[in-house]
Design a protein around this ligand. Structure first.
Ligand SMILES: [Mn+2]
Length: 358
């Protein structure tokens, strides 16, 4: 049985520009420590192999010091580590990957054409390729087929299964590759295990969210290969989560206490975007009050007002129109929540509004 830790898209030295300067500096520091956590995890789990599928460095922003810290952390891993540079950290003669800072257990692929490294003691061959520019002319699997040598065939690569730019990879190419497992990087949302033909592939997603387009728990995949059987387990590695929470304030008498009650119990470490939705009127003063009151409950918070103004529900009851007839008919019904709801849904449908939530 072979145990692999598969990670990608660390984007070290990302700027976190949307946060306050103080928070952004903290987040950059937390991200810089990500390789340490990755190394600890690989050793704790006693991984046989670590595959890093590109975009480890966030482009030219990444400093030599950060690359040195990455190299030191990877050097602590007791297993061989393979790196396939991606579109944000392509391998060039001037890149940090070309500097003599990498420890002996780290193999960096440098060619856009896949190369194989045979690991006899593990009974497998690890293929890999590098982006050598941001937009390669062809994807890594173009014309590729793994050699049949009786062992497991793995590949680590950066590439895009969702389009032709950034090294497009098609399901047909994966199915024809002869690989047992294809460890991909580029898409920041974890894919879970996917299959094309006899080949299993996955994106682990980025191990640390960097914005509200990278929400929820983030980490790496622990992939076990037992003959042709491939299984994977998601292992969380992130310091913090980005979360988006919609709170409907339509029925709130006191918006502040309503929102306070709606927050999940544990948001202290989260970067939270709270969106107020439904019907209501939120003044700038109230918005500022909400932000002040709730800020201590999160690591960072932004509040967005997405409410719509309360409707004068019965205003058109006298009108000589379908809406007028509908309202007049409902006016004869007993008052109460049900009638209110019927009016809202009905008006919404008549106006062909999209939002019919009560
Ligand atoms: Mn990428």
């Amino acid at each position: 049985m072979l145990k692999v830790i598969h990670a990608a898209d660390l984007h070290l030295d990302s700027p976190f520009a949307a946060l306050s300067p103080e928070r952004a500096a903290q987040r950059r520091e937390e991200l810089r420590r990500l390789p340490q956590r990755l190394a600890d995890l690989a050793n704790e789990r006693q991984a046989d192999l670590v595959l890093l599928a590109g975009d480890l460095l966030d482009g030219a922003r990444c400093t030599r010091e950060t690359a040195l810290e990455l190299a030191r952390a990877l050097g602590r891993i007791q297993a061989p580590v393979f790196i396939a540079p991606g579109n944000h950290d392509p391998y060039t003669a001037a890149s940090l990957y070309a500097q003599p800072i990498w420890p002996d257990n780290v193999h960096i692929f440098t060619s856009p054409v896949p190369e194989g490294v045979v690991l006899e003691h593990l009974g497998c061959t690890v293929y890999g390729a590098a982006f050598t520019r941001e937009h390669p002319e062809q994807g890594v699997l173009e014309g590729f087929h793994a050699e049949a040598n009786g062992g497991l065939s793995l590949m680590v690569a950066h590439g895009n299964t969702m389009g032709e730019d950034y090294g497009g990879i098609t399901p047909a190419q994966i199915g024809d590759s002869g690989l047992t497992y294809l460890a991909l990087g580029h898409i920041h949302q974890g894919s879970g295990l996917q299959r094309a033909g006899d080949t299993v592939w996955a994106y682990p997603g980025c191990p640390e969210g960097r914005g509200f387009d990278e929400t929820g728990d983030k980490g790496v995949l622990e992939v076990t290969l037992d003959g042709g059987q491939v299984q994977a387990q998601f292992l969380s590695l992130c310091c913090r989560r980005y979360e988006i929470l919609d709170v409907d304030i339509t029925d709130a008498d006191d918006v502040l206490s309503w929102v306070e009650r709606s927050l999940p119990a544990r948001t202290q470490e989260d970067i939270l975007r709270l969106r107020l939705v439904g019907e209501g009127e939120i003044s700038p003063t109230l918005l500022a009050r909400l932000e002040r009151a709730l800020a201590p409950r999160c690591y960072a918070l932004e509040v967005q007002d997405r409410t719509r103004a309360p409707r004068q529900l019965w205003a058109r009851a006298g009108e000589d129109s379908l809406t007028g007839l509908f309202l007049a008919a409902l006016k004869d019904c007993p008052e109460g929540e049900l009638r209110e709801l019927a009016v809202r849904f009905g008006l919404s449908a008549l106006e062909q509004g999209e939002d019919v939530s009560p």
